[in-house]
Design a protein around this ligand. Structure first.
Ligand code: BGC
Length: 437
């Protein structure tokens, strides 16, 4: 299907020379054997379709997984460290676990993969979750002390840091929608959790910089495009704007101003000045997946609902709209902040690899056009290297460049994976995908 030979025209490099080409993963989704966090308990109480169990057994197979990444010409890898594994009881750190992470990071680098390490990717130690979790400011203090230790032990093996993955999603799914632990459905509590997560980010940023002044520390921020379901409906338009500001902007503004000011329009406001928050970002990581159409509905708690994607519109196995132009739009919307940008996640659930090849081409060509028009985008991490544990949906959704057979732990390259590897090698999506954007 796609030539594996580099023809001379593939020498055109449309991405910057030192661009990071990678895949993104998260501890609980791939490692296996994580039994001490809130997600494990959530799975046991029936909150998820499956138990994460052995997952992709990354804990033992990391070295060969890094080879698989290298086979696709990647030069970077995003992974998270599992807090509950490193600190199984408050203040007690497991040296052998830290040693394994050290080996993981050293191995990645020895194979030519720069490391991007996330400190919090959705999971929280059960000992903390059961005593208030992110609703309590104690979580901030705890997260800071965990970060202090990780920085001390592992900091010299880390090239890029993400403090918190998708604080907005943690707050939404766990405290408002209730499909993640702690399973609450209360917007005010969601706002409180979000605010505490932002504070925790600032604390972790300062903790890393105290030891490594030149560290590159970012967040992985989930950004989406929001549009009114009915273009001329004033309520749809207003709500789309409010939701967009809340979801995409307010964390970033807090970093610029040093003051958390969360609100959806005039509703649910939480406001707080935070020491150390102002300027606490060296790069912005963007996780981009899709666009939502917002429809006013008076009887909804938040006064809107999100339209389902109509048949005929490109979408993935989960019914998420495939909207590559949205990547340009979110990237353009943050240019003004001046932070270097990394796409820390982007991908599609697609078991049969029907939409993923075009998904990859279209999103990477969109990114090329953003870069051409002046956006400082320095890397792209595809979600994910292989299929993995997709939270409440268990193992059903298939996001991998490699297909997983969970019974045998066998990984099989999908055509889209090969395509991604060719784009990474060429440094150009346009050249490999064979048409201009
Ligand atoms: C999360 C990942 C998740 C992916 C696909 C992101 O929101 O960071 O953990 O697997 O989306 O749903």
């Amino acid at each position: 299907m796609i030539s594996t030979l580099l023809s001379p025209r593939y020498a055109i490099a449309d991405f910057p020379k030192n661009f990071l080409w990678g895949a993104a993963t998260a501890a609980h989704q791939v490692e296996g054997g994580n039994t001490q966090n809130d997600w494990y308990h959530w799975e046991n109480s029936g909150g998820a379709r499956d138990h994460s169990g052995l997952a992709c057994d990354f804990w033992h197979r990391y070295s060969s997984d890094f080879d698989l990444a290298r086979d696709l010409n990647m030069n970077a890898f995003r992974l998270s460290v599992e807090w509950s594994r490193i600190e199984p009881r408050p203040g007690e750190f497991d040296i052998s676990v830290i040693e394994t992470y050290r080996q993981i990071l050293i191995t990645a680098r020895s194979k030519g993969l720069q490391t991007m390490v996330t400190l919090h990717h959705f999971t929280t130690p059960e000992w903390l979750a059961s005593s208030g979790g992110w609703l309590s400011p104690a979580a901030i203090v705890r997260f800071k002390s965990f970060t202090d230790r990780v920085v001390l032990e592992l900091g010299s093996e880390v090239d890029y840091w993400n403090t918190i993955n998708e604080a907005n999603v943690v707050a939404l799914m766990g405290f408002v929608v209730g499909v993640s632990p702690p399973g609450l459905q209360d917007i005010k509590l969601g706002m409180r959790a979000y605010s505490n997560l932002i504070e925790a980010h600032a604390a972790a940023y300062r903790s890393i910089h105290a030891v490594f002044p030149n560290a590159r520390v970012g967040i992985a921020h989930h950004m989406r495009v929001f549009e009114p379901a009915r273009k001329n409906n004033i309520m749809d338009r207003t709500l789309a704007r409010w939701v967009g500001n809340f979801w995409n902007k307010q964390f970033l503004e807090a970093i610029v101003t040093g003051e958390i000011n969360l609100h959806i329009g005039p509703l649910f406001r939480v406001r707080k000045k935070v020491d150390g928050l102002k300027g606490s970002l060296d790069f912005l990581g963007i996780n981009y997946y899709s666009r939502d159409k917002i429809r006013f509905k008076a009887d909804e708690k938040v006064f809107f609902k999100i339209d389902t994607v109509p048949t005929g519109t490109p979408q993935n196995d989960l019914g998420w709209e495939i909207y590559p132009q949205g990547l340009v739009r979110v990237v353009n919307s943050v240019k003004k902040y001046g932070w270097p940008i990394y796409i820390t996640e982007n991908g599609a659930a697609d078991r049969d690899d029907v939409v993923r090849p075009k998904f990859i081409c279209d999103h990477l060509m969109a990114l090329e056009s953003s870069i051409e028009s002046g956006a400082d985008v320095r890397g792209y991490f595809h979600w994910s290297l292989s299929d993995n544990f997709e939270w409440s949906l268990g193992f059903a959704p298939r996001f991998g460049l490699y297909a997983m057979n969970y019974e045998t732990q066998e990984r099989t390259l999908r055509p889209s994976g090969q395509l991604y590897g060719e784009i990474a090698r060429a440094g150009s999506a346009r050249a490999v995908c064979g048409r201009s954007n």
